[in-house]
Design a protein around this ligand. Sequence first.
Ligand code: UDP
Length: 244
Amino acid sequence: MWYNIYMERNTVDILGYGVDTFSFDNAVDYIVNNHGQIVTINPEMIECADKDNNFRTIINNAEMVVPDGIGIQLGLKILGKNVKRIPGIDLGKALLIRANNLNKSVAFVGAKPKVIENAVINIKSELPNLNIVYQHDGYFSDANVIINELQEKQPDFVLVALGSPKQEFFISELKGLLPNAVMIGLGGSFDVWAGMVNRAPKIYQKLGLEWLYRTISEPRRIKRIFPSLPFFVLKVVKERMIGR
Ligand code: UDP
């Protein structure tokens, strides 16, 4: 198998955040060769990071920032930049497949106990040789306990589903301790892998309307998208017209 190890990052700026422009396959190649933290950015995260300097620093120090959904893609389009979306859940799955092919070890942290249990069972049935060295649900009182256990195991890939920004802070704590690991925050992906939540049908995915499907199926999400998304679009339009 041949991977392009000489690739470099090429980011575009949106509201002061650098977003990578890798194609999906190049994103996987790049991060597997270079390790570090992947942030799957969306407008709600930008809104949160604008109010929290520590979160902003984590995003801007990540080794890769991918445009997870239609919001960032739309924002970049308004700024005249065409960048393809890289859904975190797909990137997470691609990393598992790569780990499986390269015989690398994997750790899972996050979601409710039953959810992570079922997600791992389903993943194992798809990738029976995957070397899973650690798994823990996301409802712990002391993150240091989990961090110490992960440090002992030294997994090559760490998939964290604690919601944002919790998962990004958790990964940033781990970075110095697992310098050669690839680590990604995956939001609600374990719930999908566990079969607890249905992923949007393909047509919604194609049209970039997964958020609409998720909002219809889980109306409590409306609070997350509004007013975040319209505000984000307004800010981008302002940046386009008069600068930041
Ligand atoms: N979660 C967790 N620990 C927490 C809070 C949330 O493990 O303290 C999990 C939750 O069970 C879910 C995921 O984090 O599996 C976050 O899902 P959400 O839908 O909020 O994230 P999104 O996909 O919108 O980022």
